[in-house]
Design a protein around this ligand. Structure first.
Ligand code: ARG
Length: 489
């Protein structure tokens, strides 16, 4: 281009050729994404390295140019990681920043990197690589959480815990059963992330702006270079769909819904009114005015963060729904919710794990409430049915009366006098009455697969261990593979 014809914008913008006016300040401010998408720098560089290799393979870059590009990109990566890289709003996004710095560093060869590529396929690929990287970190955190839950369950096998329905005491359970209930929910989350990985694991580079590219790009080579499983079938779909982000945010949301339920229970159970658990001081905070306070902030923040994450999922669905194919600039906004949710889930899983590892279980308040809540009333009715051969409806009626008298006299099934029991039904003065209402017996009579009986807990542990081992070895081997590959390159 001769200097006279240069538009006023061509110095500032890599796309400035056709513009006669300088970009307005508002255009720069509303259009920039560098303030958040710099987080994608590593994936962008990885994608560019693969792209450059491919360009060399098909004869667009010489070996020498490829070497220059590789060195330049590596230098840029270290500049970013050591805080030496200069970010400027006018350069819009991470892709423009890296490309323009590359040209600054290596000259002409840098200008060739964007051949056979658009930012539309570039950004879409970067995000896919980012999600795959993040899921690896989330998986590790989830596995740690599962290990802690299982550990806690095993160590509380012989501790009783109250089981609730409608937040009213229902039946005694082993505390292990309670921890394992959450274990299975988080295991499902881990499984869900496997599905998200398979949706995300796709090569989209080579789709260009939307129609494909005018070069004989070797997409199979790119796929192998980036260690992806398959290649997108349609270039328009490839640059304009965001299903992988939606699914990623859904998986995070489901996991956060689970985390929030645990958090809610810890908040309730650690209150003075319940006093079933004590959270360690290090995970709570005090009040600036009320000296007695110990607040369960970590749990509350996990509950709060789950709300933010659901919002992130909604943002993505709403972002996509009104956009005609193919790429639209709206999509630039897809990253903010994605980054936010990624941070929230990692903090939350770590916080939850710490609470589970550090909490104390307060058996005496638990026992008091199990008795106060008549938690073995059903067991007593069932005993009347099986031992005294009374029809269930009648047994239910007898125990109902018993509970009503206890409530009036402010006693429980254990402390009500023999006299009072006799007045309700002579069956209730049987010497085995106390056995029939025993808390531990109640738990151990739930001797069905998946029940809270001690024997069934041991079965559950074995099942859980088996499932967990599968994931542990799968994730450890994939980590090993990656570090071997890194070591070689
Ligand atoms: N920063 C943009 C994004 O995140 C990159 C793609 C720009 N494409 C375009 N046609 N302006 O979506």
């Amino acid at each position: 281009m001769n200097k006279k014809n240069k538009s006023p914008n061509s110095n500032a913008k890599l796309w400035g050729g056709r513009f006669k006016e300088l970009t307005a300040d508002i255009m720069n401010r509303i259009g920039e994404s560098i303030s958040f998408d710099k987080e994608l720098y590593a994936q962008d560089i990885r994608g560019s390295l693969a792209h450059a290799k491919m360009l060399c393979k098909i004869g667009i870059l010489t070996e020498k140019e490829l070497l220059l590009i590789e060195r330049g990109l590596t230098k840029i990566q270290s500049e970013i990681e050591t805080g030496k890289f200069e970010f400027k709003q006018e350069l819009e996004d991470i892709h423009m920043h890296i490309e323009s710095r590359l040209t600054q560093l290596i000259g002409e060869a840098g200008k060739k990197l964007h051949t056979a590529r658009s930012r539309n396929d570039q950004v879409s690929q970067d995000v896919r690589l980012y999600i795959l990287d993040q899921i690896k970190i989330i998986e590790t955190e989830l596995i740690l959480l599962l290990e802690h839950l299982l550990e806690r369950a095993k160590s509380s096998l012989d501790i009783l815990f109250p089981g609730y329905t409608h937040l009213q005491i229902a039946q005694p359970i082993r505390a292990s059963h309670y921890f394992m209930a959450h274990f299975w929910a988080f295991l499902r989350d881990l499984e869900l992330f496997q599905h998200v990985k398979s949706t995300t694991d796709l090569l989209v580079l080579g789709s260009g702006a939307m129609a494909g590219v005018n070069y004989n790009s070797d997409r199979e080579f790119l796929r192998k270079e980036l260690q992806l499983s398959s290649i997108s079938e349609n270039s328009m779909d490839a640059v304009s769909q965001r299903d992988h982000i939606i699914q990623y945010l859904f998986a995070i949301s489901q996991c956060m819904a689970h985390a929030s339920r645990v958090a809610e229970e810890f908040i309730i159970y650690s209150s003075t009114e319940f006093n079933y658990i004590g959270l360690p001081d290090r995970l709570t905070s005090g009040s600036s005015i009320m000296p007695q306070k110990k607040n369960p902030d970590v749990a509350e923040l996990i509950r709060g963060k789950s709300a933010m994450v659901f919002g992130n999922l909604m943002s993505l669905l709403a972002l996509v729904k009104g956009t005609a194919l193919a790429y639209n600039r709206d999509f630039q906004e897809d990253k903010i919710p994605m980054f936010q949710a990624s941070k929230h889930i990692l903090l939350s899983l770590e916080g939850l794990r710490e609470m589970i590892a550090g909490m104390e279980i307060r058996s005496s308040s638990i026992e008091t409430n199990l008795k106060k809540g008549f938690s073995t009333a059903t067991d007593l009715a069932d005993w009347l049915v099986s031992v005294k051969k009374i029809p269930f409806r009648e047994a239910h009626e007898i125990v109902g009366n018993l509970v009503s008298v206890c409530t009036k006299k402010n006693v429980d099934l254990f402390s009500i006098s023999l006299e009072d029991r006799k007045k309700i039904s002579y069956h209730l003065i049987d010497p085995n009455y106390l056995e029939a209402i025993s808390l531990y017996n109640s738990a151990d009579k739930k001797n069905v697969a998946g029940g809270t009986a001690r024997k069934r807990q041991l079965e559950q542990f074995a099942q859980a261990e088996k499932k967990l081992k599968l994931f542990q070895s799968k994730i450890l081997t994939s980590k090993k593979k990656n570090s071997n590959k890194k070591g070689k390159s």
